[in-house]
Design a protein around this ligand. Structure first.
Ligand code: PA5
Length: 447
């Protein structure tokens, strides 16, 4: 299998080799902490050998069989989840799907998402759309207590039961949650749903290669074995420490840039199908590194689209940014720009070229312009948008995230800051158990 490649030649105007090599001991230490399980958060590194472990188990067949059943019974499957229980599946499905999938009559079920927001109109419109559809639900929550998916599930479960009756509805609901804990586990047991377990030692944002990501991806019709095989090949390639290891190269380079004042990393794609990959990556790095008042701020843009909105800032704004560009080697289809006798649009100079050739020149031109403007870039090359390379990329970013977090000096596997908004929201909603917080927040608001 061809491998993704990391090229750092465009960072050398900002940092030199010595600054990157100086980080080699910290990177080696981060790698060792992961491999030996001796770092902070070591009870959440179950994702490290997940690809090889899952591939050699019966879990893949169980997921594939469940997906086949859902595809047979449903025209639409709603995957309910938020954060790590949503973004991985969304990223892979969007990367592989036809861009106009929503408008193409299905040869399998459409996978829609809910529970990733608290939008009343969103839920109304979803419910209205589902009212004459044969639909199923995959409800995903590791904790089993997250408010956003719990609201969406309560509404859609009630709707499905109304449409089909309780017994038929329960055949079309799959729950993915903790083995024992949480409201969702209890509910699934009582209602007799098919369930999959999210292992204790895999955090939400590292869970795309568990049933959390794999089931919705399989329901959408994609090859989860190829995805896992890609991840597995990166698991092996990144296990060997040293300067050739792509994970080490990326972790060292982005930390060297951070220490040189580049506080914002922009993940750039030149392929609209990778938009949600950027969203997944932002969560992975943002929740893992943004701690103790430290951390690279992860941003993402879609080029060339955003060159017409963010291009000015990136070229010429405050010089605190660097880019990590994901380049995709080959488009999956061919579109040639036609010649036109009148040439009124002046485009004949590119007639006969593939659209992707033009895109690649836009990409190269942008990278050169941004480097000239003081924005270094790391280039990550992906041979094509296919399951195996996406699997590699997912594992690559996960492992580099763990190593980077250790280099930065934080625990990459917790997210204490996420709780604060929830505490306030529960206090404002007068959730039982939050009486004291309710009193405090009301006083504060009325002061
Ligand atoms: O990465 C994380 O831990 C979070 O983003 C969670 O995935 C997210 O909050 C959803 O949590 P849960 O799966 O418990 O509903």
């Amino acid at each position: 299998m061809e491998h993704i490649k990391v090229n750092i030649s465009n960072v050398f105007g900002t940092v030199d080799n010595a600054q990157i090599e100086n980080l080699a001991p910290a990177v080696a230490d981060g790698m060792e902490k992961l491999h030996k399980g001796t770092g902070e958060g070591n009870d959440f590194i179950g994702w490290l050998d997940l690809p090889s472990r899952v591939l050699s188990s019966d879990l893949v067949s169980d997921i594939e069989n469940t997906a086949t059943q859902m595809r047979g019974m449903c025209d639409v499957v709603v995957a309910i989840g938020i954060g790590g229980s949503y973004l991985g599946a969304k990223a892979v499905i969007e990367a592989l799907n036809n861009s106009f999938d929503a408008y193409i009559p299905a040869n399998g079920p459409k996978v829609l998402f809910a529970g990733q927001n608290i939008g009343e109109d969103y839920l109304y419109e979803l419910s209205e759309y589902l009212s004459d559809k044969k639909f199923g639900i995959i409800v995903i929550s590791k904790s089993g207590t997250t408010t956003e998916p719990a609201i969406a599930f309560r509404l859609l479960k009630e709707q499905l039961e109304r449409q089909l009756g309780k017994s038929e509805a329960s055949k079309r609901i799959v729950a993915i949650t903790d083995a024992k804990k949480g409201a969702l586990r209890q509910l699934a047991t009582e209602e007799g749903y098919k369930t999959f377990v999210i292992e204790d030692n895999v955090g939400g944002r590292f869970s795309v290669l568990t049933p959390v990501g794999l089931l919705p991806i399989a329901v959408a019709g994609y090859n989860i074995r190829a995805l896992l095989e890609g991840a597995c090949s990166m698991e092996k390639a990144s296990a060997v420490p040293g300067a050739e290891n792509p994970v080490e190269v990326y972790a060292a380079t982005r930390n060297a840039l951070y220490r040189a004042g580049k506080k914002i990393e922009i993940l750039v794609n030149f392929n609209p199908k990778l938009h949600f990959f950027g969203e997944w990556w932002k969560q992975l790095y943002g929740e893992s590194e943004g701690k103790d008042h430290k951390g690279i701020f992860p941003a993402a843009v879609d080029f060339t689209t955003d060159l017409h909105s963010m291009g000015q800032w990136i070229q010429d704004g405050e010089r605190t940014i660097f880019e990590t560009v994901i380049t995709v080697g080959k488009a999956n289809h061919n579109v040639i720009i036609p010649s036109d006798e009148a040439n009124l649009d002046g485009l004949n100079y590119i007639a006969g070229k593939h659209v992707d050739e033009v895109n690649k020149m836009a990409e190269l031109g942008t990278r050169i312009a941004h480097v000239d403007g003081g924005v270094p870039n790391i280039l990550i090359s992906l041979p094509a948008l296919k399951e195996e390379y996406l699997g590699q990329l997912i594992y690559f970013f996960e492992k580099a995230c763990g190593v980077s977090g250790y280099v930065l000096g934080v625990n990459p596997f917790n997210q204490p800051g996420v709780e604060d908004y929830k505490r306030n929201m529960f206090a404002l909603l007068e959730k039982p158990g939050y009486e004291k917080q309710t009193e405090d927040i009301k006083k504060r608001l009325n002061a």
